[in-house]
Design a protein. Structure first.
Length: 555
């Protein structure tokens, strides 16, 4: 149908065709926040038979939910808001998507172009709103004949090459509501798979045959990558020190890499060459060793960012690499050494955490162990992901996801909401400060009714700071430390959740925690209380017993 000169027609038909282009590129879900100026997009998306529309009231939560959905599925998610300051609430999620290479399609409604630079209500400059944090920006001409192709191209830009966010801005003229909603254009709805990235480039790959090869993998590569990585490591016979986000349940996996690195095992058992897959791992001890060891390293990664360690780079996605790399047989005695060291550490940890008493390492270990099969554990970026990475046994049927692009604590519950919205049972493990930062998302979880269990470790403040120098520095008084780093709040997250209409359950033992995590499908918040000072002691004790076990084994 020909679009007339009426803005009413232009908005309705243009948005219909734009949505058809999104569907053609494979988009299946859109997270929409209520607003007036985005009405044409909202109506077109809600009428689409190919794209499911999800209402999330808070724009910041909506953007993180779209981020989580894209991380869990690998499929770009759309997020839609009205004009003005609404789009600025997307910024943290956009930055995370850019750093973590997650395809995100950001659609912001805007006032007409003729009102830019005026003090018309709810008007601000939205052009290039996210600057260099998006792969592409476009001011959409809604009446353009090629609007379908424009949408299709934008999504392919988001998911092609190195994935990331794109931003399309819609300067809608009024009226915003049509006299009727046009029928969806079904001719453009067959999803199209993305093309592969760059061709394999193995020029920089050394010959691994008979050498002591150590694989170190950073996380965040999408569904199925952990198992593929484990298969590759097993085929070449190399020990795998993998981040919790891509750690397979395999006999080649070195689960306790952080504790072993802290106990100087990497210096005592150095490799001939380190194959690094993806970015740096969560473990600071492993990353520090990589930066200071002087070992030969080769990095397999696709990123817009450069390697802080300056390793030679094979510019290819880790997934493509492990699928196609040559299977050269390495020194299997070296693998056996690391398997033995890992068993020594495993026995020491099991002995050190043999009670049901709540501790933060025990909570992380229990949360992953008790999570339902074929589910996701979303770990907060502060202590939770570090504790899962350090203490939890991997599971092949539970995927660990974290926002480690910029390591922010914002939007944790909202990101997990997006994962659960994809139909994946999601266990969230976060601290109390992260939970309070995203507390409004509890209302969204309660109303959405998604399969989600939120485990909040409540140590009454910022527990991670207790490990940092300012806690021990004599120049920092206890009062100043508590005010600016400890930040005690005295709040119960279970009580807050109840106020949002979300079921809540305090737990006092690891057994109760395991029961709650494995309980069922309905949304639930579980509150586990710990003490910040004691938590530091527990971590140090566990690190000490592992170091002593390794030292004793060497004698």
């Amino acid at each position: 149908m020909t679009i007339t000169d009426s803005p009413k027609d232009a908005n309705a038909f243009g948005c219909r065709d734009f949505v058809a282009g999104l569907a053609k590129a494979g988009v299946t879900v859109a997270f929409i926040s209520p607003g007036s100026r985005n009405t044409p997009l909202t109506l077109a998306l809600s009428a689409s038979p190919a794209i499911r529309d999800v209402s999330v009231r808070d724009e910041r939560s909506a953007a993180f939910a779209a981020l989580g959905h894209a991380k869990a599925t690998g499929v770009p998610a759309v997020v839609v808001c009205t004009s003005g300051s609404a789009g600025t609430h997307y910024f943290p999620a956009v930055v995370e998507a850019n750093q973590a290479a997650v395809p995100l399609v950001v659609l912001t409604a805007d006032r007409p172009v003729r009102l830019r630079g005026t003090f018309s209500p709810q008007t601000m400059d939205q052009t290039d709103l996210y600057g260099r944090h998006v792969k592409a920006f476009i001011d959409v001409d809604i009446a353009h004949d090629g609007i379908k192709e424009t949408a299709h191209a934008l999504v392919r830009t988001a998911r092609g090459g190195i994935p990331g966010p794109i931003h399309a801005n819609f300067p809608f003229e009024e009226p915003l509501t049509p006299s009727f909603i046009p029928d969806p254009d079904r001719s453009f709805f067959a999803p199209q798979a993305p093309t592969l990235g760059s061709r394999l480039q193995f020029d920089a790959l050394p010959d691994f045959t008979g050498r002591r090869v150590l694989i170190v993998a950073g996380g965040g590569h999408g569904p199925g990558f952990a198992d593929a990585l484990g298969s590759y490591a097993r085929e070449i016979g190399a020990p795998l020190l993998a981040d919790a986000q891509c750690r397979p349940e395999s006999d080649v996996t070195v689960t306790y890499a952080h504790l072993l690195a802290s106990a100087d095992a990497l210096n005592a058992n150095p490799p001939d060459v380190v194959l690094r897959v993806g970015g740096l791992p969560t473990s600071k001890a492993v990353s520090t060793w990589l930066a200071t060891s002087g070992s030969e390293q080769i990095l397999v990664h696709r990123s817009r960012l450069t390697d802080p360690l300056g390793a030679p780079l094979i510019d290819i996605s880790p997934g493509e690499f492990v699928a196609r790399a040559p299977r050269q047989h390495t020194d299997k005695d070296y693998l056996a050494q690391w398997q033995h060291l890992d068993e020594v550490a495993r026995s020491a940890i099991a002995a050190g955490l043999n009670s049901s008493e709540l501790s933060e390492p025990g909570i992380a270990r229990t949360a992953l162990a008790a999570a339902p099969a074929d589910s996701v554990l979303f770990a907060g970026s502060s202590m939770p992901i570090r504790d899962v990475d350090t203490f939890a046994e991997p599971r092949s049927n539970v995927t660990v996801i974290a926002n480690r692009g910029v390591n922010g604590i914002d939007g944790s519950i909202s990101t997990a909401l997006g994962i659960a919205d994809a139909g994946i049972h999601t266990t969230v493990l976060i601290g109390d400060v992260s939970a309070l930062h995203d507390v409004s998302a509890l209302a969204e979880v309660a109303s959405a009714g998604v399969p989600m269990t939120i485990v909040v470790i409540n140590n009454d403040g910022g527990g991670i700071f207790s490990f940092l120098p300012q806690k021990q520095d004599a120049s920092v008084s206890v009062e100043v430390y508590e005010r600016h780093w400890g930040t005690p709040h005295g709040l119960s997250l279970a009580t807050i959740a109840d106020g949002f209409g979300l079921r809540a359950r305090p737990v006092d033992t690891l057994d109760e925690l395991a029961e709650a995590v494995s309980e069922g499908e309905r949304p639930l918040l579980v509150e586990a209380r710990t003490e910040r000072g004691t938590n530091v002691d527990v971590h140090r004790h566990l690190a000490t017993i592992v170091a002593e076990a390794i030292a004793g084994d060497a004698t």
